[in-house]
Design a protein around this ligand. Structure first.
Ligand code: SAM
Length: 197
């Protein structure tokens, strides 16, 4: 963590500098430098958005801010302490069936089902996440319930989502959304919180 904080100290909010950092290849950086680059880009890019091009490179433009906090030291230290004994793995969602056991708690925060046909931002990376993935996820959710694993899932409040989780407890919540390409999509958005318990 101290290495990440030190590396963040070298970053500054300036347009040309932002594009130079964005163009860097993570493979050429040490691990603390890589983490600092991600944090820097997240804090200074347009709306804090994460998006990749077809080649898998981060391609969000420079954002407008007045004096963005690039290095929030107390928060980074607190997060680091909290995650000290935590394993983080990057896997397909269905692999949870290989290790979840009764008594475990599983929370899914999948890519949202678009609210309308034009709001088709469903993809954080090259692979995308379409209706078939949403359907498969609902099967995984049901299988966890069958095995006695408590599961919770959030998604947008659409007829398709309500149809997929019709057999479960579905609660409507209003979530503040800071990340949206259209200003009127920010603010409070209707979501559902689905639980199998
Ligand atoms: C709404 S975001 C979750 C954000 C996360 N909860 C957070 O706070 O950063 C949806 C996530 O699902 C991931 N994802 C996409 N396809 C997936 C898949 N097949 N299996 C598991 N995760 C996937 C995306 O990479 C993205 O990070």
């Amino acid at each position: 963590m101290e290495g990440v904080i030190a590396a963040l100290g070298h970053h500054h909010y300036e347009r040309d500098y932002y594009y130079r950092v964005r163009a860097q290849s993570p493979d050429d950086l040490s691990l603390p430098e890589r983490a600092a680059r991600v944090i820097y880009l997240n804090k200074t890019c347009y709306n804090g958005l994460y998006r990749e091009n077809r080649a898998g490179q981060f391609n969000v433009p420079f954002g407008r801010y007045t004096n963005p906090t690039i290095c929030d030291e107390p928060n980074l230290r607190a997060v680091s302490a909290t995650l000290r004994d935590v394993d983080i793995a990057r896997r397909r969602f269905d692999t949870v069936l290989d290790y979840a056991k009764p008594g475990d708690f599983v929370y899914f925060d999948p890519p949202y089902v678009p609210l309308s046909a034009t709001a088709n931002f469903t993809s954080y990376d090259r692979a995308g996440f379409g209706p078939d993935d949403q359907r498969q996820l609902s099967h995984v959710f049901a299988e966890l319930a069958r095995r006695g694993v408590r599961a919770m899932l959030s998604n947008s409040d659409t007829p398709f989502v309500r149809e997929l989780y019709a057999g479960f407890s579905v609660e409507q919540v209003f979530a503040a959304r800071a990340v949206n390409s259209k200003a009127n999509g920010r603010g409070k958005v209707a979501e559902v919180l689905v639980t199998n318990y």
